[in-house]
Structure formats: C-alpha cells, structure tokens
Design a protein around this ligand. Structure first.
Ligand code: CDP
Ligand code: CDP
Length: 225
C-alpha cells in the first residue's frame, strides 16, 4: 500500500464521484467508503418502517440500533443493512427522491459522520459524499470537488439506470438531480459546498480514466511533498 493519506471527494449527484473514488482507491490500495450509500441505507430503513419522514424523534429511535456495513467488491460495493444485502434496493427511485430529507436531519448526520470518521481512523481512505472535505475529514490531505454539467450528469444517470433495467427518462432525471442538488446545498447542517482547500475537477466531456489518473497524480504529488 502507498503511504497513508485521506482523500475526500465531494460534489453534486452523478458527477462521477463513486465510480472514480473506487478506482482511485484500487490504484492506491486504499479503502473506498461510499457515504451516500449510508444515507441511502438509512432512508431505505425509514421508508420500510412507514414512519413519517418528518418525525425525527421516531427516526432517531429507529436508526439507533441500525447496522450498516460496506463490503468491498470487484464491481459494486455491497451494502448490508442489519445483515441483509440492500445494494440494489437503496438505488430505487423512492429512496433517491427521499434521501435528501433524511440526510438533512441532525441525528442522522451525527450518527453517520461519527461512523465515517471511525472508518477513516482505521486505514487510508478515499471517501466520497457531500460534506467529506468540509465536515467529516476537514484535515484530509487531498480534497477534490467533482462537478459536471447537469445535462451530462442526467445522461450518465439515464444510461446507468437503463442498464439496471429501470424505466427512466432524461427530463425527469435532470429535474430530480437539480432538485436534490438544491436541497443538499441549502440544508442547514453540512450542506454540499466546496471546501476552501479543495481542487475542483469538472468532469464534463472527460473519461473515467482521465479523471482517475489526474486524482492519482495529485495524490502522488501530495505523498511526495
Ligand atoms: O450517487 P448519487 O450522487 O445519486 O448520491 P449519493 O452519493 O448516493 O448520495 C445520496 C444522498 O445522500 C445525497 O443526495 C445527499 O442528500 C446525501 N448525502 C449527504 O448528505 N452527505 C454525504 N456525505 C453523502 C450523501
Ligand atoms: O457518485 P456520483 O453520483 O457522483 O456518480 P457515479 O455514480 O460515480 O457516476 C454516474 C455515472 O456516470 C456512472 O454510470 C459512471 O460510469 C458515469 N461516468 C462517466 O460516464 N464519466 C465520468 N467521467 C464519470 C462517471
């Protein structure tokens, strides 16, 4: 493994964060942590329970005993919720349209941020999300803010969902992505925001390989400093 560091990758929906974070982690021999999957898993559990999404007290009680495990896998990172695999279930349309509301709750963020910080204390990590460089790992050695035009992000998500057999359409996805970005950027606690010391990478028109290589180069430069 390359000598240790923490790499934080933040940015709006479908910018390529998780795809690229996973590849960067593989190249450097680091652990990849998809924090969005954690917020999705909690949202899935709340939706299954039929608790009102605004009832923070009940939600806090429900999630107190929740176990979320991220298991590395060649293709997709497996997500286990209370021991049951929910990798595909947390990508459903219902979870996607409700996750920002759940992620805005203080108790949910407190629980997951602590869990993410513990994971980063155990090994070198590439962690992607919305608040990694600003709140979860403010001391990360390398911070990337990844963006792309909303049109390209909607096209990428459309292709991805079609491959998974979902019936999605471009205009709906574009609207939902914009709405989720707005909710994530405007929430009170740890909104989606570029950390002052983050490097912005606009991935519009760039291949996965190009973006991966440029982040690995930044990491190697930091390690050599
Ligand atoms: O993959 P995609 O961009 O669709 O989203 P995600 O990374 O799976 O994150 C799902 C949602 O979780 C986001 O829209 C945020 O509301 C929330 N999230 C967050 O609040 N903080 C993070 N560090 C990661 C995700
Ligand atoms: O994690 P985030 O929501 O930021 O994005 P993602 O789920 O990693 O990427 C969304 C889709 O865009 C995936 O299907 C990637 O294969 C694709 N992608 C791409 O086509 N070109 C890039 N430079 C990055 C991602």
């Amino acid at each position: 493994m390359t000598a240790g560091m923490r790499i934080a990758i933040d940015g709006p929906a479908a910018a390529g964060k998780s795809t690229i974070a996973k590849l960067v982690a593989k190249k450097l021999g680091y652990t990849y942590i998809d924090t969005g999957a954690m917020y999705r898993a909690i949202t899935y559990k709340v939706l299954q329970s039929a608790i009102d999404l605004r009832n923070e007290e009940e939600i806090t009680r429900l999630i107190a005993q929740t176990e979320i495990e991220l298991q590395p896998d060649e293709q997709v990172q497996k997500v286990l919720l209370d021991g049951i695999e929910v990798t595909d279930a947390i990508r459903s349309h219902e979870v996607t349209t409700n996750v920002s509301a759940i992620a805005a709750l203080t108790s949910v963020r407190d629980l997951l941020v602590a869990k993410q910080q513990n994971l980063a204390a155990e090994s070198s990590v590439v962690m992607d999300g919305r608040d990694i460089g600003t709140a979860v790992l403010p001391e990360a050695e390398l911070k990337i803010f990844m963006t792309a035009s909303v049109e390209e992000r909607a096209e990428r998500r459309l292709l991805e969902e079609q491959k998974r057999g979902m019936k999605s359409d471009y205009e709906t996805l574009k609207r939902e992505i914009s709405e989720r970005d707005r909710a994530d950027s405007e929430r009170k606690i740890s909104p989606l925001k570029k950390a002052e010391d983050a490097i912005t990478i606009d991935t519009t028109g760039k291949t996965i390989e190009e973006v991966t290589n440029s982040i690995v180069e930044y990491a190697e430069k930091r390690l050599a400093q």
